[in-house]
Design a protein around this ligand. Structure first.
Ligand SMILES: NC(=O)c1ccc[n+]([C@@H]2O[C@H](COP(=O)([O-])OP(=O)(O)OC[C@H]3O[C@@H](n4cnc5c(N)ncnc54)[C@H](OP(=O)(O)O)[C@@H]3O)[C@@H](O)[C@H]2O)c1
Length: 300
């Protein structure tokens, strides 16, 4: 199968490229020219009409749209940029996928919810609190209204980064391994999923031809509980983790308190088992032990 990934140098995109290239032809595309091993690398800025045309020429079986502006505080400060990339960019990739008759998977987020309730399923009404969430919700609405064969996945992820940038789990682990004390929020809940686990689920979704909106997420926990679990799995000193309340942290963009997703629908649909926090972190640890990070960071 031919798979085209946007945002190929990002957290999710790079992991999908590396994992899928073991069994498929993968077009790794990025705003700047990516260089992912075993992939066909292409510069594809999702805001450039001429770059976007490449999707139509390639006619991939599957397009997974991972490119986005994901820094929540940056989006708050630069809303025009966020709307362009997260809404217009997503629309461009969707239209190209329609023209090339490719299956289109759009990656969305738990940040479309206001966090007052938690345990959100696909029928709950989004009410985003910040610009990032608003742009992601707008893209979802456009895609679901105009491309019935599209799949929109809401999730929350962690994993190993290809770039010198830390996902939440990497940042917590870095602090723990370097004896740096850090704050972890006790009243902010999320349902993080290891990207490698999501990669398997996304391929299965394609094979069962699911269309529409779907939540794929891990176990619900607070950021503090997540940090404690990392300390336990990696056998680090948990006293480095200091409890903090969300109100104590001066975020630029407002944050939702309980963003946990109810993923019962995908659990019933898919054979791919979603890891518990503990299983996911054990796998996260074992990936490093097996040299997966070197594979992820290898250049073409
Ligand atoms: N990380 C999470 O916890 C999380 C949670 C829920 C949902 N998601 C969603 O999952 C998807 C992937 O997230 P991620 O964590 O992998 O994000 P990421 O690491 O920030 O990667 C996003 C990628 O998009 C690229 N990009 C930005 N503007 C672009 C443009 N105009 N054209 C082409 N590429 C562009 C970025 O390139 P540069 O590096 O050049 O900027 C970056 O490589 C996103 O849709 C995000 O909203 C993520």
């Amino acid at each position: 199968m031919n798979i085209l990934i946007t945002g190929a140098e990002g957290l999710l995109g790079s992991n999908l490229c590396v994992l899928y290239s073991a069994g498929h032809t993968v077009y790794a595309t990025g705003r700047n020219f990516p260089s992912i091993n075993r992939c066909i690398n292409l510069k594809l800025d999702i805001l450039s009409p001429s770059d976007i045309c490449q999707i139509v020429q390639i006619r991939p079986n599957l397009v997974i749209h991972c490119a986005a502006l994901t820094n929540v505080d940056y989006c708050e400060e630069y809303p025009d940029d966020a709307w362009k990339v997260n809404v217009e960019g997503a629309k461009n990739v969707m239209i190209a996928s329609q023209l090339s008759q490719s299956n289109f998977v759009h990656i969305s987020t738990d940040a479309v919810f206001d966090g007052k309730k938690g345990g959100y399923d696909e029928s709950d009404e989004p009410k985003p609190l910040n610009v990032y969430g608003k742009t992601k919700h707008e893209a979802e609405k456009i895609i679901l209204a105009t491309m019935p064969s599209a799949t929109v996945i809401r999730t929350n992820i962690y994993g190993w980064n290809r770039k010198q940038k830390h996902s939440l789990a990497e940042w917590m682990l870095y602090n723990l391994e370097n004896g740096i004390s850090f704050q972890a929020i006790t009243d902010l809940f999320f349902s993080p999923l290891l990207v490698n686990n999501l990669a398997d689920a996304l391929l299965e979704i394609h094979s069962v031809q699911y269309h529409g909106l779907l939540h794929i997420a891990g176990e619900c926990c607070s950021k503090f509980q997540f940090a404690e679990s990392i300390a336990e799995i990696f056998k680090m000193d948990p006293s480095l983790i200091r409890q903090a309340m969300m109100d104590e942290i001066p975020f630029k963009a407002p944050r939702a308190k309980n963003m946990c997703l109810n993923a019962k629908k995908s659990a019933a649909l898919l054979k791919t088992k979603v890891y518990s926090i503990r299983e996911g972190l054990l796998q996260f640890r074992s990936l490093r032990e097996q040299g997966y990070i070197n594979e992820l960071r290898a250049t073409a």
